[in-house]
Write a protein that binds this ligand. Structure first.
Ligand SMILES: [Zn+2]
Length: 293
Protein backbone atom coordinates (compact mmCIF):
# COMPACT_ATOMS: atom_id res chain seq x y z
CA UNK A 1 0.00 0.00 0.00
CA UNK A 2 1.08 3.54 -0.75
CA UNK A 3 1.03 6.59 1.50
CA UNK A 4 0.64 10.02 -0.04
CA UNK A 5 1.35 13.16 1.99
CA UNK A 6 0.27 16.63 0.89
CA UNK A 7 2.39 19.17 2.71
CA UNK A 8 0.47 22.42 2.42
CA UNK A 9 1.02 25.82 3.97
CA UNK A 10 -1.85 25.39 6.43
CA UNK A 11 -2.58 21.66 6.53
CA UNK A 12 -0.68 18.41 6.19
CA UNK A 13 -2.81 15.62 4.84
CA UNK A 14 -2.10 11.92 4.41
CA UNK A 15 -3.89 9.08 2.61
CA UNK A 16 -3.32 5.41 1.91
CA UNK A 17 -4.12 4.11 -1.57
CA UNK A 18 -4.49 0.40 -2.19
CA UNK A 19 -3.18 -1.35 -5.32
CA UNK A 20 -6.26 -0.32 -7.29
CA UNK A 21 -5.88 3.34 -6.30
CA UNK A 22 -8.77 3.25 -3.82
CA UNK A 23 -8.42 5.58 -0.84
CA UNK A 24 -8.50 3.57 2.40
CA UNK A 25 -7.96 6.25 5.02
CA UNK A 26 -7.36 10.00 5.23
CA UNK A 27 -5.87 12.01 8.08
CA UNK A 28 -5.29 15.75 8.32
CA UNK A 29 -3.32 17.94 10.76
CA UNK A 30 -2.46 21.63 10.82
CA UNK A 31 1.02 22.35 9.43
CA UNK A 32 3.00 23.76 12.40
CA UNK A 33 4.47 26.51 10.25
CA UNK A 34 5.21 28.88 13.12
CA UNK A 35 7.17 26.19 14.97
CA UNK A 36 9.54 25.67 12.07
CA UNK A 37 11.22 22.97 10.02
CA UNK A 38 11.70 20.19 12.61
CA UNK A 39 8.11 20.46 13.82
CA UNK A 40 6.84 20.14 10.24
CA UNK A 41 9.00 17.04 9.65
CA UNK A 42 7.78 15.52 12.91
CA UNK A 43 4.16 16.06 11.87
CA UNK A 44 4.84 14.10 8.68
CA UNK A 45 6.63 11.42 10.70
CA UNK A 46 3.68 11.09 13.07
CA UNK A 47 1.24 10.93 10.15
CA UNK A 48 3.25 8.17 8.45
CA UNK A 49 3.39 6.19 11.71
CA UNK A 50 -0.38 6.47 12.13
CA UNK A 51 -1.04 5.38 8.53
CA UNK A 52 1.46 2.48 8.79
CA UNK A 53 -0.39 1.30 11.87
CA UNK A 54 -3.67 1.34 9.97
CA UNK A 55 -2.11 -0.63 7.11
CA UNK A 56 -0.43 -3.08 9.47
CA UNK A 57 2.91 -2.75 7.69
CA UNK A 58 5.36 -0.17 6.31
CA UNK A 59 3.95 1.56 3.23
CA UNK A 60 5.81 3.44 0.49
CA UNK A 61 5.81 7.21 1.03
CA UNK A 62 5.40 9.98 -1.53
CA UNK A 63 5.22 13.67 -0.58
CA UNK A 64 3.74 16.54 -2.52
CA UNK A 65 4.82 20.10 -1.75
CA UNK A 66 4.91 23.53 -3.34
CA UNK A 67 8.34 24.36 -4.72
CA UNK A 68 10.92 22.13 -6.35
CA UNK A 69 13.86 19.96 -5.36
CA UNK A 70 17.14 21.42 -6.56
CA UNK A 71 18.99 19.09 -8.94
CA UNK A 72 22.23 20.62 -7.67
CA UNK A 73 22.02 19.97 -3.90
CA UNK A 74 18.77 18.06 -3.29
CA UNK A 75 17.32 20.92 -1.22
CA UNK A 76 13.83 22.33 -1.58
CA UNK A 77 13.47 25.73 -3.22
CA UNK A 78 10.62 28.09 -4.16
CA UNK A 79 8.29 26.76 -1.45
CA UNK A 80 5.87 29.26 0.07
CA UNK A 81 6.49 27.55 3.43
CA UNK A 82 9.80 29.38 3.48
CA UNK A 83 11.36 27.53 6.45
CA UNK A 84 11.48 24.43 4.17
CA UNK A 85 13.62 26.17 1.54
CA UNK A 86 17.30 25.28 1.43
CA UNK A 87 16.65 22.11 3.45
CA UNK A 88 17.23 18.54 2.21
CA UNK A 89 13.62 17.65 2.98
CA UNK A 90 13.55 14.23 1.28
CA UNK A 91 16.75 12.91 2.90
CA UNK A 92 15.83 14.33 6.33
CA UNK A 93 12.46 12.58 6.05
CA UNK A 94 14.14 9.35 4.97
CA UNK A 95 16.26 9.45 8.12
CA UNK A 96 13.20 10.16 10.24
CA UNK A 97 10.93 7.39 8.90
CA UNK A 98 13.57 4.88 7.84
CA UNK A 99 12.68 4.31 4.19
CA UNK A 100 13.09 6.00 0.80
CA UNK A 101 10.88 9.02 0.19
CA UNK A 102 9.80 10.43 -3.16
CA UNK A 103 9.11 14.15 -3.05
CA UNK A 104 7.53 16.08 -5.89
CA UNK A 105 6.10 19.46 -6.76
CA UNK A 106 2.34 19.79 -6.19
CA UNK A 107 1.46 20.59 -9.82
CA UNK A 108 3.37 17.49 -10.94
CA UNK A 109 1.44 15.38 -8.41
CA UNK A 110 -1.84 16.88 -9.62
CA UNK A 111 -0.98 16.06 -13.26
CA UNK A 112 0.09 12.51 -12.33
CA UNK A 113 -3.10 11.78 -10.37
CA UNK A 114 -5.34 13.05 -13.18
CA UNK A 115 -3.33 11.16 -15.82
CA UNK A 116 -3.37 7.84 -13.96
CA UNK A 117 -6.96 7.53 -12.82
CA UNK A 118 -8.58 10.93 -13.23
CA UNK A 119 -9.82 13.03 -16.12
CA UNK A 120 -6.87 12.02 -18.31
CA UNK A 121 -6.78 8.30 -17.62
CA UNK A 122 -7.26 7.34 -21.28
CA UNK A 123 -4.84 9.93 -22.68
CA UNK A 124 -1.27 9.03 -23.64
CA UNK A 125 0.06 12.48 -22.83
CA UNK A 126 -1.43 14.93 -20.35
CA UNK A 127 -0.64 18.55 -19.55
CA UNK A 128 -2.07 19.26 -16.09
CA UNK A 129 -2.45 22.89 -15.04
CA UNK A 130 -3.18 24.37 -11.61
CA UNK A 131 -4.75 27.83 -11.79
CA UNK A 132 -4.86 29.05 -8.21
CA UNK A 133 -2.89 31.47 -6.05
CA UNK A 134 -0.08 30.65 -8.47
CA UNK A 135 0.11 28.85 -11.80
CA UNK A 136 1.87 25.49 -12.03
CA UNK A 137 1.76 22.61 -14.45
CA UNK A 138 3.05 19.10 -14.98
CA UNK A 139 3.58 16.78 -17.93
CA UNK A 140 2.74 13.08 -17.82
CA UNK A 141 3.55 10.80 -20.74
CA UNK A 142 2.38 7.17 -20.75
CA UNK A 143 1.46 7.40 -17.05
CA UNK A 144 4.97 8.59 -16.14
CA UNK A 145 5.90 12.05 -14.93
CA UNK A 146 8.20 13.82 -17.39
CA UNK A 147 10.64 15.82 -15.25
CA UNK A 148 13.20 17.28 -17.66
CA UNK A 149 16.94 17.88 -17.36
CA UNK A 150 16.61 20.54 -14.65
CA UNK A 151 13.46 19.01 -13.21
CA UNK A 152 11.47 22.07 -14.28
CA UNK A 153 9.36 20.50 -17.06
CA UNK A 154 5.90 22.04 -16.98
CA UNK A 155 6.95 25.27 -15.22
CA UNK A 156 4.87 27.15 -17.75
CA UNK A 157 3.70 29.65 -15.11
CA UNK A 158 7.03 31.45 -15.48
CA UNK A 159 7.05 31.78 -19.24
CA UNK A 160 6.97 35.48 -20.09
CA UNK A 161 3.68 36.21 -21.83
CA UNK A 162 3.87 40.03 -21.96
CA UNK A 163 7.31 41.55 -21.40
CA UNK A 164 5.84 44.80 -20.04
CA UNK A 165 3.55 42.96 -17.59
CA UNK A 166 3.61 42.96 -13.77
CA UNK A 167 6.76 42.10 -11.84
CA UNK A 168 6.86 38.42 -10.87
CA UNK A 169 8.57 37.11 -7.71
CA UNK A 170 10.82 34.97 -9.94
CA UNK A 171 12.58 38.09 -11.25
CA UNK A 172 10.91 38.28 -14.66
CA UNK A 173 8.08 40.54 -15.74
CA UNK A 174 4.74 39.48 -17.20
CA UNK A 175 4.96 35.75 -16.44
CA UNK A 176 1.91 33.61 -17.22
CA UNK A 177 1.38 33.33 -13.45
CA UNK A 178 1.04 37.10 -13.05
CA UNK A 179 -2.00 36.98 -15.39
CA UNK A 180 -3.63 33.57 -15.01
CA UNK A 181 -3.49 33.21 -11.21
CA UNK A 182 -6.34 34.37 -8.97
CA UNK A 183 -4.43 37.54 -7.98
CA UNK A 184 -3.67 38.07 -11.70
CA UNK A 185 -7.36 38.14 -12.61
CA UNK A 186 -8.11 40.53 -9.74
CA UNK A 187 -5.22 42.81 -10.82
CA UNK A 188 -6.70 43.02 -14.32
CA UNK A 189 -10.15 43.79 -12.88
CA UNK A 190 -8.71 46.61 -10.75
CA UNK A 191 -6.71 47.92 -13.72
CA UNK A 192 -9.99 48.17 -15.65
CA UNK A 193 -11.49 50.21 -12.78
CA UNK A 194 -13.03 47.39 -10.69
CA UNK A 195 -13.21 47.07 -6.92
CA UNK A 196 -9.98 45.78 -5.32
CA UNK A 197 -11.79 44.09 -2.42
CA UNK A 198 -12.99 41.00 -4.32
CA UNK A 199 -11.40 37.66 -5.16
CA UNK A 200 -11.03 36.00 -8.55
CA UNK A 201 -14.14 33.82 -8.14
CA UNK A 202 -16.20 36.95 -7.51
CA UNK A 203 -14.74 38.67 -10.60
CA UNK A 204 -15.72 35.65 -12.73
CA UNK A 205 -19.24 35.62 -11.22
CA UNK A 206 -19.66 39.39 -11.74
CA UNK A 207 -18.71 39.07 -15.41
CA UNK A 208 -22.35 38.15 -16.12
CA UNK A 209 -23.64 41.64 -15.26
CA UNK A 210 -20.65 43.92 -14.55
CA UNK A 211 -19.06 45.13 -17.84
CA UNK A 212 -15.75 45.87 -16.07
CA UNK A 213 -15.54 42.30 -14.78
CA UNK A 214 -16.68 41.08 -18.20
CA UNK A 215 -13.78 42.87 -19.87
CA UNK A 216 -11.29 41.61 -17.25
CA UNK A 217 -12.46 38.05 -17.85
CA UNK A 218 -12.33 38.59 -21.60
CA UNK A 219 -8.67 39.66 -21.34
CA UNK A 220 -8.00 36.71 -19.00
CA UNK A 221 -9.45 34.23 -21.51
CA UNK A 222 -7.40 35.70 -24.34
CA UNK A 223 -4.22 35.41 -22.26
CA UNK A 224 -5.16 31.85 -21.37
CA UNK A 225 -5.49 31.09 -25.09
CA UNK A 226 -2.18 32.67 -26.03
CA UNK A 227 -0.33 31.01 -23.16
CA UNK A 228 -1.82 27.56 -23.72
CA UNK A 229 -1.29 27.68 -27.50
CA UNK A 230 2.47 27.89 -26.83
CA UNK A 231 2.25 24.64 -24.90
CA UNK A 232 0.14 22.96 -27.59
CA UNK A 233 2.58 24.01 -30.32
CA UNK A 234 5.50 22.45 -28.45
CA UNK A 235 4.06 19.43 -26.63
CA UNK A 236 0.78 18.79 -28.50
CA UNK A 237 -0.62 16.74 -25.57
CA UNK A 238 -3.60 14.40 -25.96
CA UNK A 239 -5.43 16.22 -23.18
CA UNK A 240 -5.22 19.32 -21.00
CA UNK A 241 -6.71 19.10 -17.50
CA UNK A 242 -7.33 22.12 -15.28
CA UNK A 243 -7.25 22.24 -11.48
CA UNK A 244 -7.11 24.88 -8.75
CA UNK A 245 -9.76 27.41 -7.76
CA UNK A 246 -9.95 29.12 -11.17
CA UNK A 247 -10.61 25.81 -12.96
CA UNK A 248 -14.22 26.31 -11.86
CA UNK A 249 -14.61 29.17 -14.35
CA UNK A 250 -16.85 27.46 -16.93
CA UNK A 251 -15.94 29.87 -19.71
CA UNK A 252 -12.38 28.51 -19.78
CA UNK A 253 -13.71 25.33 -21.37
CA UNK A 254 -15.68 27.15 -24.08
CA UNK A 255 -14.25 30.59 -24.83
CA UNK A 256 -10.83 29.77 -23.36
CA UNK A 257 -10.72 26.84 -25.74
CA UNK A 258 -11.85 28.98 -28.70
CA UNK A 259 -9.11 31.53 -27.94
CA UNK A 260 -6.51 28.76 -27.74
CA UNK A 261 -7.64 27.49 -31.15
CA UNK A 262 -7.02 30.97 -32.62
CA UNK A 263 -3.34 30.85 -31.67
CA UNK A 264 -2.51 27.17 -32.29
CA UNK A 265 -0.53 26.48 -35.43
CA UNK A 266 -3.06 24.15 -37.00
CA UNK A 267 -6.36 24.69 -38.80
CA UNK A 268 -8.32 22.43 -36.50
CA UNK A 269 -7.94 22.13 -32.75
CA UNK A 270 -9.14 18.90 -31.17
CA UNK A 271 -7.27 18.86 -27.84
CA UNK A 272 -9.79 18.26 -25.02
CA UNK A 273 -9.52 20.88 -22.24
CA UNK A 274 -11.30 19.37 -19.26
CA UNK A 275 -11.85 19.91 -15.57
CA UNK A 276 -10.23 17.57 -13.03
CA UNK A 277 -11.86 14.51 -11.42
CA UNK A 278 -10.07 14.47 -8.07
CA UNK A 279 -10.69 18.04 -6.89
CA UNK A 280 -8.48 19.02 -3.96
CA UNK A 281 -7.31 15.40 -3.57
CA UNK A 282 -5.20 15.42 -6.74
CA UNK A 283 -2.01 16.38 -4.91
CA UNK A 284 -2.20 13.81 -2.13
CA UNK A 285 -3.22 11.04 -4.56
CA UNK A 286 -0.44 11.97 -6.97
CA UNK A 287 2.06 11.84 -4.08
CA UNK A 288 1.04 8.24 -3.30
CA UNK A 289 1.24 7.39 -7.02
CA UNK A 290 4.91 8.49 -7.18
CA UNK A 291 5.53 4.84 -6.28
CA UNK A 292 4.35 2.16 -8.72
CA UNK A 293 1.76 -0.44 -7.69
ZN1 LIG B 1 7.69 34.38 -12.88
Amino acid sequence: MRIGIDLGGTKTEGVILDGAGKELIRRRYPTPRAEGYEAILNTIGFLVEELDQFAGHQCTVGVCTPGAVSQVNGCLKNSNTVCMNGRPVASDLENLIGRPVRLENDANCFALAEAIDGAGKNAGSVFGIILGTGVGAGIVINRTLFKGLHHIAGEWGHNVLEADGPQCYCGNQGCVETFLSGPGLVTEYVRQGGDAGVDATAVAARAMYDPTAGEALNVFLDRFGRALAMVINILDPDLVVLGGGLSKIERLYIEGRQRTALYVFNEDFRTPIVSNNHGDSGGVRGAALLWPE
